[in-house]
Design a protein around this ligand. Sequence first.
Ligand code: BGC
Length: 744
Amino acid sequence: MRELTKILMILLVVFAASCSIDNSKKGGEKEKFINDLIGKMTLEEKIGQLSLFSAGIDPTVPVSNPKYADDIKAGRVGAVFAAFTTRDIERLQKMAVEESRLGIPMLFGYDVIHGFKTIFPMPLAETASWNPDLIRHTARIAADEASATGVNWFFAPMVDVTHEPRWGRGVEGSGEDPYLASVVAVARVKGYQGDDLKDVSTVAACPKHFAGYGFVEAGKEYAPVDVSEGRLRNLILPPFKAAIDAGALTMMSAFNDVNGVPAAANKFLMTDILRGEWNYNGFVVSDFGSIDSLVVQGYAENNKQTAELAFNAGGDIDMESSSYKDNIPALVKEGKIDIRDIDRAVRNVLNVKWELGLFKDPYKYIDKTREKTRMLTKQNLETARQMAWESFVLLKNNNRVLPLDLKKYRSIALIGPLADNQADYMGTWIAQGDTFNVVTLKQGLEKQLPSGIRLNYAKGCNIEGDDCSGFSEAINAARRSDIILLAIGEKGNMSGESGSRGDITIPGVQSELLYELSKLDKPVVLLLSNGRPLAIEKEVAASDAVLVTWIPGTAGGDAVADVLLGQYNPSGKLPVTFPRSVSQVPIYYNHLPSNRPGDPSNRYSCSYIDIPFTPLYPFGYGLSYTTFKYSDLKLDRKEGGENDIVKVSVKVKNTGDFDGEEVVQLYIRDVAASLIRPVKELKAFKKVFIKKGEEKTITFELKPERDFAFYRADMTYGTEPGRFLIFAGTNSQDVLKEEYLLKE
Ligand code: BGC
């Protein structure tokens, strides 16, 4: 009997083995190639594929001397980052391909966050355009420019939803709403990766930072994150899922912990959700040095344990910390890391290299002609200008002071530390963007103003500090002018990584300058440069018009001038709530309902006794030079089941004096649910052009299983029958409302 069992067991093993051989055959050429390659690799070479180091290149010396040359030649490096010229990338790739034993090509990663040479507005500003097609286009251009130097992997898009204006990195993301952030994430992934990964202008995307970075406590950089699973799944994870579904090849984990477990070693995130629930089969790269820092973060006892914890949780590539390189060999020997898991991780990495076509031609991206001809082209600059137009948000326009009526003015005062400032129009993460290519507002206006109109320029003050000595010159310039344009706000590096601010007002004495100018009894146009929502209640009150220009990039000055002069009618909408003061933070439109909803006339309501609870400007807000009137919100049915599509229509009429674009927004509210749902949730939007006097009917389709579903109290995903409110309007506050019943 025992003999029989033994024979059966042997047969079973042989059968299973033959099945797995069949499987690999089924996978075809790629699987065979990768399996063969893995079969030839030593453990050291395998760990090499899981190691990413910065190129250590000094771009100022003629011949670069990469720090890791010997490791590359020994097959101990699978990818490098921050190499960005054909000369350097070719040199590094040759070391890997021609001097290492197996000749495996490397990935070249880079933080191309809002353009490579042509710098577009910061990602948060791009989101304010609510124009995913244009965002996809700028992402495409960024990939086209960067790939021309050999870069084949972007550490982007950053898809962290945040409710924290103090957090500096909000500027790299898409604001406070998971739906808008998902739409933008998809646009960027598709822009970077294009339609065909074999094309020389497409690069691998890397959505980051998985997950929860946008919820660092008090908006303080690198602080802990404590979020419920419901919040994680319903608010933070959707853009990551959308990016993966759009085909993102890679993913970066975050620095922060999530409920006590650092993201870099978080099995729940990287293995259970990402691979288990979402079937992701790309690789996960850690953030810079975040595996090493598991010790300081209080998760690992020592450096050796960092590798064990991060790797076994599902982290494939170690960025910069050397922890995998130094510790995995011993951990494999001790049986703490399974070699089959190493092979799986290596396969994930080789798979991306295959998909990019690097095994066919490791030098496919390196093309000196493209490097010379693809950068800062006329079309790229035109797109940067258009993107900037669409990103601007008009918050106020009393007495229609904008667009400037040049028939009325003989002289214009242009004042402020951001009026003739190239560096701060670029922001952070500028890849290979050059400051001297930036068009300042002063330059933009000088190009366009007719010769009969004088531009009286004065800087007035610095962005920071308390020096008011320039005020008198500025006031004199204003006195000599018919209207005042004041460009103030934040420095470009006051947002971005390590750019958290505790005080989100306009820095320095810039607001004082505004108050002085506003005493002159001349119209004041406030042009705000900012990488986050700012608390500007008093500044708005002191101005006649307010235009948020964010951090507008290379073509910024031309674009602001265009909008001031009416060449483009603003259409941007806020992707973030603007608070009245920092004390209201966090303040966001998609909050959960209270048992006693805020009511200014009732002390015992969700409010404060000393400050208002309402925002200065709500999510989705933005004016146009024209006006739009909404009417006739209609649902084609009042009730239906899970499979019934709800057709929603609303009429929008351009009632003003200009043609213009409007972002028509559709929100829902699930009235009662096992896990209470936000008071409003954006579910769709359309940006439409409407001629003056024209009325358009805008239609949307709501699909219950897609638009009414959420992670319920038991953390399963799906809908719950009951009442829903459907809203449509020009922002999250000013809406028309209808009711719908989702039946069992
Ligand atoms: C940032 C990442 C970035 C990485 C590489 C880190 O400090 O958090 O977003 O991709 O550095 O530059």
